[in-house]
Design a binder for this molecule. Structure first.
Ligand SMILES: [Zn+2]
Length: 287
């Protein structure tokens, strides 16, 4: 018969092995999804946009004179302070130039990390989705924020731009959005990039187009990505975009019919484990 302390030690061992096993097989998206608040530390974006997490996140208020953040129940309005400041600044600028506010989609979860549905990236608090549709000229109530359905700028058959909805505003919007030095890329549907390329060529204004990247989907919203903050030492940038406008062969590739819409790659990424993320993300998920 073992002594009581020895039996307790064995019990403890079994329990700790067991909880480790639970931790190691629980998907990272499930772990991060359950955390409802930010951790209290210096802001720090860790890892890459599609494999990372966020410490010291800041919350973007749902309402402002210059924007409304849709679907607040998703709790995805957290970002690195650089992103929060960028959104406030840019929405104010659009309002001053065009007289309307912006409609926002998801940023990141309170500690970043992979999401159980909806996005492959948005993990480090440096990505935000912004709708093409203007903010209605009123303060939206909670029900409206949850249920408002922004329209696509593509035609119903999704093979061309809906010319009744598209206007020079959208050209200008994307130009202002991408101008900030912090912005590294803006993702739009290939048909939209094509539309921008045509106008830019007409008026000899192609310089700014290099940051606008074609990507499947992205016809109700576009996706803005910021560079790693300089003091986030563990943050991994994407390679710089090259200097061409991207209106040539790269766009032709994306213009193929099967490249215009989302693939199922988000489903694959959902199955990442905590051990697939940078080491510090484990700590951030447990604080
Ligand atoms: Zn996005």
């Amino acid at each position: 018969m073992k002594s009581l302390p020895a039996r307790l030690a064995i019990l403890f061992l079994i329990f700790s092995i067991d909880s480790d096993l639970v931790l190691s097989t629980e998907y990272a998206s499930e772990i991060f999804y359950k955390i409802r608040t930010e951790n209290n530390s210096e802001a720090n974006s860790i890892g890459s946009y599609s494999r990372g997490c966020l410490a010291g996140a800041e919350y973007l208020p749902n309402h402002s004179y210059h924007y409304e953040a849709l679907k607040p129940s998703r709790n995805r309005f957290w970002g690195h302070p650089n992103l929060i400041n960028y959104i406030k600044k840019i929405s104010k600028e659009i309002f001053e130039v065009h007289g309307n506010g912006l409609l926002l989609g998801d940023l990141s979860m309170p500690r970043g990390g992979p999401m159980p549905y909806g996005h492959k990236s948005h993990q480090t608090g440096l990505d935000v989705d912004i709708y093409f549709e203007k903010k209605p000229n009123l303060i939206m109530n909670r029900y409206e924020l949850e249920t408002f359905k922004p329209r696509s700028v593509l035609s119903p058959n999704q093979r061309q731009i809906n010319e009744e909805l598209w206007s020079d505003y959208h050209y200008d919007l994307l130009k202002i959005i991408s101008r900030d030095e912090m912005v590294t890329r803006v993702f739009v549907n290939p048909l939209i990039k094509k539309k921008l390329c045509i106008k830019a060529e007409e008026i000899d204004d192609s310089d700014w187009l290099k940051k606008i990247r074609p990507w499947a989907g992205h016809y109700k919203h576009f996706h803005v990505r910021l560079n790693c903050p300089t003091d986030s030492k563990l943050c991994v940038n994407q390679a710089n975009v090259d200097n061409s406008s991207g209106c040539g062969s790269e766009l032709d590739f994306w213009m193929q019919k099967d490249k215009l819409f989302e693939s199922n790659s988000t489903k694959i990424r959902k199955w990442m484990l905590l051990s697939d993320l940078p080491e510090s993300c484990k700590k951030i998920s447990m604080e």
